[in-house]
Design a protein around this ligand. Structure first.
Ligand code: COI
Length: 364
């Protein structure tokens, strides 16, 4: 389907961020946004690009009470010649519909996500950042806004896409990598078998904030979750998937429990490592095995992967208040190579021999 959307341009363009090297994560939002409505019986209708501004929402809307919503995370990148490109956006579209199915949100038809992204980027193309480590973060989200207190799927939804010129999620990484500290959470749980762990829905994150607050007490940037059944095996980090390099094997949690977010960066990391001949295994890994590897010197690297986090090396885990160092605490070679390769492909400075880059046919 060839989607076309009417555009209402803002009459009050915002000032651009002054220093692209200090964007942080999602602190600035562009001038426009994409909106499309869904009504039962009518499907998705009236897609449009409008000024980015506060929206009206009836206080009795079901999302405000029962959290029937989902979101995605994507980025657009500017190449040295000014072309704008996405990274594996069809994978976001597929994941979006897997989340929608779990959350009883109507399916988004093929092509609509990318068409909406393209339409809003076209209007805000002069907001595309180009400083090292930056990108345009894209946040698509859908929420049920039927006025109803019945605990049942809504009959009306809004799907919106907003844009934020952004640096890395972990601010210290802007323009170059550095390590962070991560808190291993052993009190609260994020996701259990049969729950919504694999889905990108707000409730997964809202429920994790208690743990993130605790992590801050230990000067940690985020939380590494353990499995709900045994409180023993590492699952994922608050914002990202987690990889552990022990004795030259790179290990990440398997997806079969349904408790792990199937990250597109996670999948890209696995494919690249396989291509490079690095041993990479999706298996259960206990926190005890990691502590032991730190003690006996075989824990070589830990890093997070995600759209927002990109590749974020971890220099130290904090387990029950005790520091578990990761090698010498510095950025490891595998994390660095992955970051250079992925961000290089995304920004067009490294050849994409995986077919992952998706040019939008727009030029900044
Ligand atoms: C992303 O990486 O795009 C995410 O959605 C993570 C977010 C919770 C910061």
């Amino acid at each position: 389907m060839n989607w076309q959307f009417p555009v209402t341009r803002t009459t009050h363009p915002k000032p651009r961020p002054e220093d692209e090297t200090k964007l942080g994560f999602a602190r600035y939002f562009t001038d426009h946004m994409f909106v499309i409505d869904y009504d039962e019986g009518q499907g998705w209708h009236d897609g449009r690009v409008v000024p980015h501004e506060p929206i009206l929402i009836e206080p009795a809307s079901c999302v405000l009470h029962y959290a029937q919503m989902m979101f995605e995370g994507m980025k657009a990148y500017r190449t040295p010649t000014g072309e704008i490109q996405l990274f594996r956006p069809e994978e976001n579209a597929k994941r979006m519909n897997r989340t929608n199915e779990r959350m009883c949100i109507p399916e988004v038809p093929e092509g609509l996500l990318i068409a909406g992204v393209r339409a809003v980027i076209e209007q805000d193309i002069d907001w595309m950042p180009s400083a090292p480590g930056t990108a345009m973060y894209i946040r698509p989200f859908i929420f049920g806004d039927e006025v109803s207190f019945s605990v049942l799927p809504a009959k009306h939804y809004r799907f919106m896409i907003i844009l934020s010129p952004t640096g890395s999620y972990y601010a210290a990484n802007d323009g170059g990598l550095s390590t962070t500290r991560i808190y291993v959470q052993d009190e609260y749980i994020r996701a259990a078998r049969g729950g919504t762990g694999f889905a990108k829905c707000g409730g997964n994150y809202g429920g994790g904030m208690r743990a993130s607050k605790d992590a801050m007490k230990y000067n940690c940037k985020d939380v590494l979750w353990l499995d709900a059944a045994e409180n023993k095996y590492v699952e994922e980090i608050g914002t990202s998937n987690a990889f552990f390099r022990i004795a030259d094997e790179v290990i990440t949690a398997p997806l079969d429990s349904g408790t792990i977010l199937p990250g597109i960066t996670r999948n890209s990391v696995i494919q690249l490592l396989k291509k490079w001949g690095v041993k990479v295994t999706e298996r259960k890994l206990s926190i005890d095995e990691i502590i032991e590897a730190s003690k006996n010197g075989t824990l070589q690297e830990i890093f997070a992967s995600g759209t927002a986090a990109v590749i974020s090396p971890i220099g130290c885990l904090c387990v029950e208040g005790t520091d578990v160092p990761v090698a010498d605490g510095k950025v490891g070679p595998v994390a660095q190579k992955l970051y250079d390769t992925l961000y290089g492909m995304q920004t067009g400075t490294v050849k994409d021999d995986m077919g992952w880059v998706y040019p939008l046919g727009l030029k900044a």
